[in-house]
Design a protein around this ligand. Sequence first.
Ligand code: S3P
Length: 201
Amino acid sequence: MLRLRSVAILADKHSQEWLCYGDAAIIPFERMSRHRRKQIFLLGFMGSGKSTVGELLSRKLQWPFIDLDTVIEAGQGVTIREIFERSGEPFFRQIERAALTEVLKTEPAVIALGGGTFAYGANVELIRESGGTTIWLDCSLQTLRKRCATMQNRPLFRDPESFEHLLDLRLPYYRLAEFSVSTEDRDAGEVTEQILRLRAF
Ligand code: S3P
């Protein structure tokens, strides 16, 4: 299997090529399981609306809603910010991966991922192999910044420059989602309606 040291996007799922992250080689989309499970993964940068839209979407579908960050906090008994402060990001990514593995067992479910979940380790592969639907909630940098500026529980929201840099690093991963839906200037109700119209699940 192809292995590269740094992030390299060689193509996207439509052209049957490869994404590599660190030492993890991610298999082409077409080789993934074609079985469609009743799972919807909402992904996107912090502030994109994953939790708000996820909750509403789950009510409309009458499927359980799972917020991965909430699962992690409940499991550790502390906030995400405290996990980052006490144990650092690598530890957070380990428990995020473990929580994701657990969450994948629930079906049906609407699952709001953390902003970094889809961009770390082999999480993309794990999620796509599970056979659910992946939806990127897309939003401009300016709007994301505005939404996050007042929120306290986001350890990776430090300053405008690093925020933008992190978004740039993540975009290639978010683009691997099967669908993208804009949350720019739209409320959760409108976004949810558009997701339901995708008729992908
Ligand atoms: C993170 C985003 C957060 C949370 C953690 C790390 C990230 O989730 O998982 O602070 O790496 O972007 P939200 O996207 O729900 O804020």
